[in-house]
Ligand binder design. Structure first.
Ligand SMILES: Nc1ncnc2c1ncn2[C@@H]1O[C@H](COP(=O)(O)OP(=O)(O)OP(=O)(O)O)[C@@H](O)[C@H]1O
Length: 257
């Protein structure tokens, strides 16, 4: 499914926090959104999902203007997994995941509930969270909740999957499994990431945001250079080459005072 971000500018309060951001992405692309804290990654994901209206420019999802189209039309095409809030939700993990597939079902139709439940269990199984199905959301650890949140997004069967720091709280195996899973879905994925080595390993393309503007956009090997890392993050880094597949591996030397 095609995603087009065209000259998007977003204000939050009186501040311009995104300025003229443009990019397009299609099926099979895993676009990493990188950049320091406050650079605008979550804001951009919110604008793509149609939850934040741009001051100028627009986002189109499969040809629909994201902030104007009916919510259900967007939800049938796009899923957003937001950064975790520790909200107290009085639901089980399975019920949370079932909510993900609602845009595709007529809520009260006979047989819908059984189908929704089966889809939700399959989504939980795919992220190794099947055992948590009947557990209360509040009783899950941060990493367990993160897996359930990924399952909820997958249950929405999106053509475009937006992930805000999907590996937060996850142990190293779950981090690798989650990124491996989303990279093999064949859908359009945009993921805000802080781990630059994950970006180098999994992303087909990375967009680096700095103060709400695009500082660099391209394949990881072209973008993740010592110069960009020093300019955007203020860190000194050595970029090595992985011996088995040639991808960049970033070794941090320290911050630049
Ligand atoms: N609701 C809000 N009202 C006003 N300003 C906001 C609001 N939400 C975010 N901002 C500001 O917008 C800017 C971009 O924030 P955003 O959360 O998009 O950054 P981010 O790159 O996702 O950061 P992080 O890596 O810390 O999650 C920041 O300066 C932030 O303080």
């Amino acid at each position: 499914m095609e995603l087009n971000v065209q000259d998007v500018t977003v204000h939050r309060g009186h501040r311009e926090v995104l300025s003229d951001v443009s990019f397009s992405a299609g099926p099979g692309e895993l676009v990493g959104l990188l950049g320091p804290n406050g650079a605008g990654k979550s804001t951009l994901l919110g604008a793509i999902a149609g939850m934040l209206s741009p001051t100028s420019g627009q986002v189109t999802v499969d040809g629909l203007v994201a902030h104007r189209a009916p919510r259900q039309e967007i939800a049938r095409r796009l899923a957003l997994m937001e950064q975790q809030a520790d909200r107290n939700i009085p639901l089980t993990a399975l019920e949370i995941v079932e909510l993900g597939s609602l845009p595709h079902h007529r809520t009260f139709a006979r047989g819908d509930h059984a189908r929704r439940s089966a889809e939700a269990r399959a989504a939980l199984d795919s992220v190794g969270a099947g055992a948590f199905a009947d557990r209360a959301w509040q009783s899950l650890s941060g990493g367990e909740r993160q897996r359930v949140s990924v399952a909820r997004a997958l249950a929405q069967r999106p053509g475009i999957l937006l992930l805000d720091e999907p590996t937060n709280h996850l142990d190293v195996t779950a981090q690798l499994d989650t990124l491996d899973l989303v990279s093999r879905l064949g859908v359009t994925v945009v993921a805000a990431l802080h781990d630059l080595n994950h970006a180098a390993r999994w992303c087909t393309r990375v967009i680096v945001l700095s103060d709400g503007t695009v500082a660099a956009d391209g394949p990881p090997a072209e973008v993740l250079t010592p110069r960009t890392l020093s300019e955007v993050y203020g860190v000194s880094a050595t970029v090595l080459t992985h011996p088995s597949d040639g991808r960049p591996v970033i070794a941090f030397d320290g911050s630049i005072d």
